[in-house]
Design a protein around this ligand. Structure first.
Ligand SMILES: C[S@@+](CC[C@H](N)C(=O)[O-])C[C@H]1O[C@@H](n2cnc3c(N)ncnc32)[C@H](O)[C@@H]1O
Length: 299
């Protein structure tokens, strides 16, 4: 095994009941629906292959029907197993358990990527954004959602001195361990630094307050949110950005294999129900159709 740099901590959802605890019947239909409104506004009309970074249990994967293939990547094998149960095992979906800090793909194998409700768990956001840029072709579209530290509630709380951190300063704030809010300008600069050009930003989920959600009908709230998104005023708790990949880079969209060694970047070989890096002599399992790059297995 090659020597490894110390790695950032990962917010581990393995075995978590995220779907049941956070979404199913938990009064978050508003959040789910307005995120879909934003996504539909930002997604291209068609594409070849999309990478969904931190896909979780595939809550939003049905929005990506315009792509010929969707690769669901998540650190949690159990989230992917659930996604596979309801999305199925046909070739249109590829399931990959891996760390977004070390994507196991060749450069330029995707022309689309999304990352929704994930970067708030990432302590080194620029590293992961660089990984995403590397696996996209030039002009590939990347849709990123981030939790917004400069939201109305935080601004009011800060003005009333009920919050110590400033919503206006650019650095990320870690409000709970491995949970970060970001300033939109910090994210924009980080994206530009690694080779993305910002095309559009939408403020999403402005009415994410229990009292408001109880007082107003869901359809009305979704309609109002959809209108507010169009103002571009980035004071909602969530921001969706559409960016495109700029600069040079290979186009491997039609390559035989999308995978590369997450350690050395070299080509991998399929051998039975495993995938193998001859250069590093490392091997990973393919478990019931899920590529498991979380840990190597014995050769
Ligand atoms: C809040 S969930 C969001 C899931 C999905 N995108 C959604 O919106 O329903 C965050 C997901 O990010 C994944 N995640 C967190 N850190 C990760 C990392 N370093 N690499 C890959 N996935 C990661 C977690 O396993 C989890 O499934």
């Amino acid at each position: 095994m090659p020597d490894r740099e110390p790695r950032p901590n990962i917010c581990d959802y393995e075995g978590s009941d995220y779907r049941i605890r956070f979404w199913d019947g938990k009064g978050r239909d508003y959040e789910d629906r307005v995120e879909r409104v934003a996504l539909r506004r930002l997604l291209p009309a068609r594409g070849r292959r999309l990478l969904e970074v931190g896909a979780g249990f595939g809550r939003l994967t049905d929005e990506y029907h315009a792509y010929e293939q969707v690769v669901l990547l998540d650190y949690s094998l159990s989230q992917l197993q659930y996604a596979q149960e309801h999305l199925g095992t046909d070739d249109r979906y590829v399931y990959v358990a891996a760390d977004a800090y070390h994507l196991p793909f060749r450069p330029g194998v995707f022309d689309g990527a999304t990352m929704i409700r994930v970067i708030h768990h990432i302590s080194d956001a620029p590293s992961v954004l660089a990984q995403v840029r590397n696996v996209l072709v030039r002009d590939g579209v990347f849709i990123l959602e981030h939790a917004n530290k400069r939201n109305l509630k935080a601004m009011v709380r800060y003005a009333m001195k009920r919050q110590t951190w400033s919503p206006y300063s650019l650095e990320p704030v870690e409000f709970v361990e491995l949970n970060f809010d970001f300033h939109p300008e910090y994210i924009r600069r980080s994206l530009v630094d690694v080779g993305f050009k910002l095309q559009k930003q939408l403020p999403v989920s402005l009415f994410r307050l229990d009292a408001v959600k109880r007082a107003l009908p869901l359809d009305l709230l979704v309609g109002l949110d959809g209108l507010f998104q169009l103002t571009g005023l980035l004071y909602a708790p969530s921001v969706f950005m559409r960016t495109v990949a700029t600069g040079p880079g290979p186009n491997n969209l039609e390559a035989d294999s999308i995978f590369a060694c997450p350690e050395c970047g070299g080509d991998l070989v399929h051998e039975g129900e495993t995938i193998y890096c001859p250069k590093d002599d490392l091997r990973w399992a393919i478990r019931d159709g899920i590529y498991d790059f979380k840990a190597t297995i014995d050769s």
